[in-house]
Design a protein around this ligand. Sequence first.
Ligand code: PMP
Length: 356
Amino acid sequence: MSKWENNVRRVVPYVAGEQPKNQPDMVKLNTNENPYPPSPKVAEALQKISIDDMRLYPDPAATDLVNAIAEQYQVKPSQVFVGVGSDDVLAMAFQTFFNSDKPILFPDITYSFYDVWADCFRIPYRQIPLDENFAINPADYAQENGGIVFPNPNAPTGLALSLDVIEEILRSNPDVVVIVDEAYVDFGAESALSLLGRYENLLVVQTFSKSRALAGMRIGYAIGNEKLISFLQDVKYSFNSYTMNRTSIALGVAAVEDEAYHQQIVQKIVETREWSKEELKKRGFHFADSSSNFIFARHETIPAKELFEALREKHIYVRYFNKPRIDNYLRITIGTREQMQKLFDFLDRYITAVSA
Ligand code: PMP
């Protein structure tokens, strides 16, 4: 090892779900993307993008997008922070708010980027085990800590927390920032936005990647008390002023403004999810009740890894995590009804073959 290597910041990176080349028969249910296109208003806005404008830097404050989000959620623009996907927003929030010597707290089974950011930024952390039903016990978060983060609904379990439970966590933690990662909230959980007036230490993070079908444009945002948002901005402007590009800002505005379409595609996904739950049960799967756009399921006899590989061979992609406690589960994103039917048809053939 060369001496300079002693000075390297070594990290074990987050591994994102596979993005396979587009195969004609591909059924992609592995990264919780939306199976529907973004709003037609986004397509219209794209037509209006000027090539000449690309010479110019974007608005560092992404004012149009901030205003559109503020209008949609009935908050002040000074309460909104935007970034390049909620990953960017969360990473900035970790840097900004988690600067204690005490460990930050998050569940042991959760979004697997949290421990990666904590390691990368040298933030001490403690992972709090979910109970045997994958539930978060709020009493576990009533201990000394340097901050708290959890998704609602949780990922990859899909389980939602009630607002009462979130409020209990907030009540016992007035001295640290509590981040609620609401990447999947639109699919069936209650947003903590309604608690903002009462808790100045609450930061709610959401994304355009899931319910608004814009994962490819990388747009995320945080809503919180003005003071929290201004601290976040200070860190962002100390790092990179122009994080959001012009196209993302313009298309993001068009997407937020079409709330009717947003509701319509969310509704379709929720209907397909409820139908999929029944179809999975019929085929011997067990899962916690999902309020998200994915189902985290295990089969009563077939090992998850084996099924994952068999599906992959047929170009049906789901997510498998080779990690303690969850290595016999598959996380299956809810696609269109037709895509889900292809999955169920495959499962019927596979289950018949292995039980023959
Ligand atoms: N939070 C959770 C819980 C997620 O699952 C994801 C998606 N990987 C994100 C945040 C980040 O999504 P994005 O950066 O696309 O907004």
